[in-house]
Design a protein. Sequence first.
Length: 365
Amino acid sequence: MRLHLYIARRFLRAFFSMLVVLAIIFVLLDMVESMRKFDAASVGFSNVLGLTLLNAPVWMYRILPLIVILSTLWMFLSLARSSEMVVTRAAGRSALMTLISPVVTVFLFGILAVAIGNPITAGTTKKYERIAAQYEGGGASVLSIASDGVWLRQGNETGQTVIRADRSNLEGTELFDVTFFSFAPEGPPTLRIEAASAKLEPGHWAIRGAKVWDLISDANPEDTAIEYPMFTLASNLTQEQIRDSFGKPSSISIWDLPRFIGQLEAAGFSARAHRVWLHMELAMPIFLVAMVLIGAGFTMRHTRFGRTGIMVLFALMMGFGAYFIRNFAQILGENGQIPILLAAWAPPIAAILLPLGILLHLEDG
């Protein structure tokens, strides 16, 4: 037990050292990029630094697999150079027994990263995107999903229009059981429209079965309401704006993601990308374990055998390959090419079995 705790401490020391080094490098690079991206006259250095610190947790969370494999390489190479691995083998410890402590440590850390780090990165991502949009002069999201339906907003210098619908098609360009409320620039409502459906076409909404209330005239709006089989309402929205307003699944906390998926599907949208992301986050601890096994599979040898640099290169190539396959499977899952469970869970499991076979062959015969 004492040996397990010692190896676990060495792994955590290597992990946090690598985390600090990469965090400093990222902050410096991202700060330079932010200074190029935003207008220096309107955005001061303190604001750029604040944006960089908001963006840092997101990138550090994304490169956790890289940090884990580098930490594993660092730890086992240092153990090999100091002959501590030789002593461990002489004490009767096999390679798999030696790996128990780093595997358990990284698995528990992966659970904490998903349970605590994921909500933190989701919150900082939202705040970063909101502040960055203000500095760039962009507007807020035009679409919102709530328990009572779909809400959209459009507007220009002539006024704003708020749109609510019970449900929508997958792209958000056709709304059903929809209500439009138009407001003047000064604030008071000017028009109300209720319709069976409305379809977004270039430059306008094509509204079917519309009932229109004029809220400007002094007469009773219900008495002057007019029904139209077809009605058009000018719009500056595009399908791309609506699609981008969904936001990235990574900007939603894993604790809120199941509820958001339910709201999204109840509103008629496809939540496949969000389901894939949810399962990939749940599989993150297993993938981090795979990174430990990949790093250990090539570096648990004694340094006197030579070819240490080549072994480190092979480990990094296999680690990057597993990361690439995981991202590729995510894309296939989001596009519906493969099942969601296969896209999320197959790459981590395969990434564990392959280095495990290498360890059993090279280390334990």
